[in-house]
Design a protein around this ligand. Structure first.
Ligand code: BGC
Length: 763
């Protein structure tokens, strides 16, 4: 033994002393003292592990049998159980509830040789049992504190149920409403998306991962998944460096800087190489350039899917490609556990890469405090006490109200009067207690959302008559099965029309079922699904006083409604407290303040549609009637509602824009915002910039600042933004961040259709 070896041995002794839970004959028990640094502990533990045990840490299994039941004897489950006992499993997903988590953890900790605890993962996307609005909806609040609080609530409930790792936040930028997973992200803008990524990471992880109410977060899907061609899930992605660096990467950099513990790669190929086997993305960018110290989990089966991509020839090849590219943990391909040891022995995979992956995984387990107490998330009385706490319901209600966007409000039809009104409430979604929970809320129980019907009824001064008019879906509505949309049954129309006829106001809740968006739920049509458009038009014929409340997980093309219906409220899928949030907004107890995080198109054919587009060589009509310019023959270029749009029950005036560029390091933009209406209200003041000429063309407008503020009637405030290199620079086509002197424009307003603008020169 040389000196280094002796030091190593002593550290080992120190580290392993903390494994108090290990069974008696565990080698860990032979050593005893104290060491503090996680890095030392990780290194030391690694020296104790066999190659197979190391690879085991890189293996993640889905919950595979009723863990509280008898031990499985045959087939897949038996093999997985054996692997767990041998220490060949580092993580499990989709095991929830203290009793179940304890059962699997017990096998890993008390039956395997080294007793290394499992990290328990789950898709805690927008709540666990108490459900927040879908992430796209929450993003419409532009309220970073409320969003952080929502993630905190989710983390607390999940942690109380035995979970210590969420596969969230999903921070894929997407510009295509056809893609069902837009519901899970923050929309189309990298600046807003980055701020929200930080808020969510902070919400899940808190300031200390080892606390019992925080869980490890996961920035996903790295990278480019939101750019799936034609909005079809899992489809090919082909984007250039400029889009990759300026649009797709920023939220990932923000999440990494906020300390996110893990990343997940993605199902798509990116420019010909599946993300899972993409060394450039995972090793060169994430782990080297950005110096990310956490670990990368594959997406579900994405290692084996490289065979379908025609990139790997078989499972063994796929495992080799994935580890060499930097995928540290295999979610459910079962290929690392099967192939990696052989690949190392054959010299196709260097053991250093295995060591690096295992260190990354162990590091997160140490940070979570799992080695101090592997059962720290497994406390039955905590589970009972925490889940569904009133303060969680208050928090999800708060963010739900803030997520609602008032799209249109002609003649101040809203807010509704609280008394003496006969209100016809129409639409199957109005009475639905499951759909508002939205997609990706797998731990929540069906039927636990407050429906709009219940929400409106809790205000007792009006008479509410409910008729569903038509179903949105027929038959099963399950997370894993295709939905059937009602395209034909209009038998309920007559009753709906009858109640509408005699009502003072008709509230129609129409749109997508909660499971019509999400993974695998792409659409080629962005209209109201099924017979709902027909229902809307039929009711309109007898009563024009309609408030349309939209439920949806993506932007919809609702031209007809915009032309005819006086009031339109975007209410997404708002979670457990949905009905209360909608009622509070409709009655004016909460003055709507949401702003769209994604552009709403006039027609699906405009997809992908986004506000920060590039000018073309022929951007504007040269003269009426001329054909050779960038346009469609049958639809305008403009969206129905622009990014950032959202009205209030009050009005705001923007004025007095000043740009002080005397200090080039910090350009000061200031303007006045005044509440010019009759009620108190919140506004999201937005700042956009344009780099007028650049060595790589820049978008016509880019969001670079926003402030959410509340003003009383007649109250006015001066708002200041600072523009530094960070806001004015961009990534060139080699991935370098550069700032180019020249002419810039700054735009201010309450949406991306801005009101004030001024030019300045950056020297
Ligand atoms: C999704 C991931 C998710 C994983 C585990 C995959 O199908 O793409 O986002 O975290 O399943 O449920």
């Amino acid at each position: 033994m040389n000196v280094n070896d002796i030091i190593k041995f002593l550290i080992l002794v120190a580290v392993l002393s903390s494994f108090t839970y290990a069974k008696k004959d565990n080698p860990i028990n032979e050593i005893d003292t104290t060491a503090s640094s996680i890095e030392i502990k990780v290194d030391s533990l690694l020296t104790l592990m066999t190659l197979e045990e190391k690879i085991g840490q890189m293996n993640q299994y889905n919950g595979f049998w009723n863990v509280t039941g008898p031990v499985p004897k045959d087939g897949d489950a038996a093999k997985k159980y054996e692997d767990l006992r041998k220490g060949y499993v580092g993580s499990m997903l989709n095991v929830t509830g203290v009793e179940n988590v304890r059962a699997v953890q017990k096998i890993a900790v008390e039956e395997s040789r080294l007793g290394i605890p499992l990290i328990i993962g789950f898709d805690v996307i927008h709540g666990f049992k108490t459900i927040s609005p879908i992430p796209l909806a929450e993003s419409a609040s532009w309220d970073l504190e409320a969003i952080e609080r929502s993630a905190q609530v989710a983390a607390e409930e999940a942690a109380a149920s035995g979970i210590n790792w969420t596969f969230a936040p999903m921070i894929d930028i997407s510009r295509d409403a056809r893609w069902g997973r837009v519901m899970e992200g923050a929309g189309e803008d990298p600046y807003l998306g980055s701020k929200i990524a930080i808020a969510r990471v902070k919400g899940f992880q808190g300031d200390d991962l080892s606390k019992v109410n925080t869980i490890a977060a996961c920035a996903k899907h790295f990278a480019g998944y939101g750019f799936s061609e034609s909005g079809k899930d899992y489809n090919t992605v082909d984007v250039g460096t400029s889009t990759l660096y300026n649009i797709i990467f920023p939220p990932f950099i923000a999440a990494k800087d906020a300390g996110v513990a893990t990343f997940m790669n993605s199902f798509n190929e990116l420019n010909g190489i599946p993300a899972t086997g993409n060394k450039y993305l995972q090793r060169d960018i994430l782990k080297s350039k950005w110096d990310f110290k956490g670990f990368m989990v594959s997406d579900w089966g994405s290692i084996s899917e490289m065979i379908n991509h025609k990139y790997a020839k078989d499972g063994k090849h796929a495992a080799e490609l994935a580890i060499n590219a930097g995928s540290d943990m295999d979610m459910e391909s079962n290929l690392y556990v099967k192939e990696l040891a052989g690949l190392v022995r054959e010299g196709k995979v260097k053991e250093e890469l295995i060591d690096d992956a295992v260190k990354r995984i162990l590091r997160v387990k140490f940070q979570l405090g799992l080695f101090d107490d592997p059962y720290k998330y497994c406390n039955e009385s905590r589970e009972k006490e925490i889940i569904g706490k009133q303060e969680f319901h208050d928090a999800v209600l708060d963010v739900a109200k803030k997520s609602i966007v008032l799209l249109k409000n002609e003649n101040n039809l809203l807010p509704l009067k609280k008394n003496g009104q006969k209100i016809a409430l129409i639409g199957a979604l109005a009475g639905d207690k499951t759909s508002p929970l939205g997609s990706w809320r797998i731990a929540a129980d069906d039927g636990t959302a407050v429906s709009v019907l219940e929400g409106l009824k809790s205000y007792s001064g009006n008479s509410i008559i409910y008729e569903k008019g038509a179903d949105v879906t027929i038959g099963k509505t399950e997370f894993i099965s295709e939905l059937t949309i009602n395209e034909t049954d209009t038998s309920g129309f007559a009753k709906a029309i009858a109640v509408a006829k005699s009502a003072d106001v008709v509230v129609m809740v129409l749109g997508e079922h909660g499971l019509q968006s999400g993974e695998g739920r792409s659409r080629v049509n962005l209209d109201l699904p099924g017979v709902q458009q027909e229902l809307l038009e039929a009711v309109y014929k007898v009563n024009k006083n309609i408030v349309l409340v939209l439920n949806n997980g993506r932007p919809l093309a609702i031209n007809w409604a915009d032309e005819h219906i006086p009031a339109i409220v975007e209410a997404w899928h708002l979670g457990t407290q949905s009905g209360h949030a909608i009622a509070q907004v409709l009655y004016g107890d909460y003055n709507p303040s949401g702003k769209l995080p994604m552009t709403f198109p006039k027609h699906v054919g405009q997809m992908p549609l986004y506000y920060n587009y590039k000018a073309t060589g022929r951007p504007t009509i040269p003269a009426p009637g001329l054909v050779f310019w960038a346009h469609y023959q049958d639809e305008v270029n403009e969206p129905l509602y622009p990014f950032g749009h959202g009205l209030s029950y009050t009005t705001f005036k923007y004025s007095n824009l000043k740009v002080d560029s005397s200090n080039m390091k910090e350009i000061v933009v200031s303007f006045d915002l005044k509440n010019t209406g009759k009620v108190k209200g919140k506004e999201v003041a937005q700042l956009y910039v344009q780099d007028l000429y650049a060595s790589v063309t820049r978008p016509v407008k880019e969001l670079k600042g926003f402030e959410l503020l509340e003003l009383h009637p007649n109250e006015s405030k001066t708002i200041k933004f600072l523009l530094t290199d960070k806001e004015l620079g961009f990534y060139d086509n080699t991935g370098q961040f550069i700032v180019e002197p020249g002419e810039f424009k700054v735009f201010i307003g309450g949406s991306s259709k801005t009101i004030l603008e001024q030019q300045f020169e950056l020297k």
